[in-house]
Design a protein around this ligand. Structure first.
Ligand SMILES: [Zn+2]
Ligand SMILES: [Zn+2]
Length: 134
């Protein structure tokens, strides 16, 4: 790409590439991982640009940022609400294949007299691979 490429186009390409990388995996990678992958396609990209675009994609509702309170975030190319299972041995984050418990929201709404708009639920344990290697 030449230096005369309009900034807007460049920005679009960076954002699209980051989204593609994120959608190509279900490992819920960190920003560093995304950066390493995107750099293979756009060698000139910086980690700051990756962070900025991840934030833009998040605010546009195209990806999810998962924060497990460990000082860094993981990113998810599946933007709709879904549950996650975190392995306490190897740290991998898996998508949980189960429907959202909307009845929980109704229960809370009824018992507290509040309006519930969403909820988060995290599962923790030992993944199949880790429990198999014991
Ligand atoms: Zn594991
Ligand atoms: Zn997920």
């Amino acid at each position: 790409m030449s230096e005369n490429t309009p900034v807007k186009y460049r920005t679009t390409k960076q954002k699209r590439t980051i989204l593609e990388v994120l959608k190509s995996t279900n490992t819920h990678p960190t920003a560093d991982w995304v950066y390493e992958k995107v750099r293979k396609k756009i060698p000139s990209i910086s980690i700051g640009t990756v962070y900025r675009n991840l934030n833009i994609l998040k605010s546009q509702g195209q990806i999810l940022e998962l924060n497990f309170g460990k000082g860094f975030s993981r990113y998810d190319g599946t933007p709709s609400n879904h549950y996650h299972f975190t392995c306490e041995e190897c740290g991998r984050v898996l998508d949980v294949d189960a429907p959202l418990a909307h009845e929980l929201e109704e229960m809370i709404a009824d018992s507290m007299g509040v309006k519930v708009t969403s909820h988060r639920l995290e599962f923790y344990g030992v993944c199949a691979e880790c429990s198999g290697s014991n």
